[in-house]
Design a protein around this ligand. Structure first.
Ligand code: ZN
Length: 411
């Protein structure tokens, strides 16, 4: 099975949330003593491109390449990023853009999107000198695809494997008979998700804050054992979210996201509830699933190291029963949420979301609204709306389990 000892980073270590949204999540720990990455610069041209990061102290780094799309990944110990706003949006020379963030507790990552196959000529960190901070330096030069692929195979394993779900004791073993619900705030760490048009609100923070509130509401009922795939600003690969739910013997998996549309895609707005399907219900659903499935590409996770048990889970292996239950849950959510929130004009949709692929855990993905819509964003940010929407989802969960247990199919 190849399930290695893997842990999900649930411990609250240093957090790098920006803005006020996850202030509550942040109170547990401050990014106290991590080295600070204060600036990043790209210089040079398409023959030789240099990437430099200013650091408050020298750290160990590990740089490697990943193909399809071509990327250069730099792993470093956990640092606090204080780059200027919009850093990384535009590149130069061989670097198109770059992203950065926490990829696991204790580990940060910078991912460079490059224009084509490249060679990492140099990668080192300079000691600080009188006038200069410590500096991380990477030098890239163009390479052939063959050379790139050769280097990527030899060197693509990160020094530390990304955070993985562990195999915790099953609820039965812990003597708790309540159904296990897994809440899955989308994105996290290096993967910010979508952003509001003015760049102010990252999806990862909005959905984490909402999910923490929803967890508290579900906990309060006393009827469920609620666990989360992440409860801080940590990146969790998609397959690990699925594996986490399965290893917990979850009876329900709820993934929370907010959508965004590129300008010119119309003015779609309102909440949507998705279930898994190999045939997307419409073009918008297909596009959204593609966008959400990109999380692993964004973080630089090498999918080729995914164990076969997950890689082999095909949509059509999903049991019919699981699909039926997922659809029932989605219907409950739509029915309840429409009393509290504005809904998309077609609120129930399906598409090939990787995170919904557990064959034996009924799973839904709720897009709370469009951060690209000013009205939706205002709602998403409003405490009153969030409370209503949270209560509605709790009612949906209650309705779902009542029907299920009444039908004698409860596990
Ligand atoms: Zn998302």
């Amino acid at each position: 099975m190849g399930l290695r000892a893997r842990r999900i980073a649930l411990g609250v270590l240093g957090l790098i949330c920006a803005g006020t949204l996850c202030a509550r999540a942040q109170t547990a720990a401050q990014p106290a003593d991590y080295p600070v990455a204060s600036d990043a610069r790209v210089g040079g041209d398409a023959k030789q491109t240099r990437f430099v990061v200013d650091l408050s102290q020298k750290v160990e780094i590990h740089a490697f390449t990943l193909p399809d799309p071509y990327r250069v990944v730099i792993d470093l110990p956990q640092v606090t990023f204080q780059f200027p706003d919009r850093a990384g949006e535009r590149g130069r020379g061989l670097i198109k853009a770059f992203r950065y963030g926490l990829v696991m507790a204790g580990g940060s990552r910078i991912v460079l999107d490059v224009t084509g196959p490249v060679r990492v000529d140099k990668s080192f960190v300079l000691e600080p000198s009188d006038s200069q901070p410590a500096r991380l330096v990477l030098e890239l030069a163009p390479a052939s695809r063959e050379a790139f692929m050769r280097a990527a195979t030899v060197d693509s394993r990160p020094a530390r494997p990304p955070a993985r779900a562990s195999e915790p004791a099953s609820p039965a073993a812990s003597g708790d008979p309540r159904p296990v619900i897994v809440l899955d705030p989308g994105h996290g760490g290096i993967d910010s998700g979508t952003r509001a048009r003015d760049g102010s609100e990252a999806e990862k923070n909005l959905v984490l804050d909402f999910s923490l509130m929803l967890r508290d509401k579900l906990d309060k009922t006393g009827k469920y054992k609620v666990v989360m795939t992440r409860q801080d600003d940590t990146f969790v690969p998609l397959a690990d979210r699925v594996r986490f739910a399965r290893s917990r013997n979850a009876q329900l998996f709820i993934s929370i996201h907010c959508d965004a549309l590129a300008r010119g895609d119309g003015d779609a707005q309102g909440a949507t509830v998705y279930t898994l399907s190999d045939h997307a219900s419409d073009a918008e659903a297909a596009k959204l699933a593609d966008a959400e499935n990109r999380a692993d590409v964004i973080s630089g996770v090498d999918l080729s190291v995914e164990p076969d048990d997950i890689a082999g889970i095909l949509i059509d292996l999903a049991q019919r029963e699981t699909r039926t239950f997922s659809l029932q849950m989605a219907q409950h959510v739509v029915n309840q949420l429409k009393t509290a929130a504005r809904m998309h004009k077609h609120p129930l949709k399906s598409a090939g979301f990787r995170v919904l692929k557990a064959p034996d855990v009924p799973s839904v993905l709720i897009e709370l609204g469009y951060v690209s819509s000013r009205k939706d964003l205002k709602q998403l940010m409003s405490e009153a709306w969030r409370t209503h929407a949270g209560d509605a989802i709790v009612k949906a969960v209650d309705g779902y389990f009542t029907t299920r247990l009444a039908g004698g199919t409860g596990r």
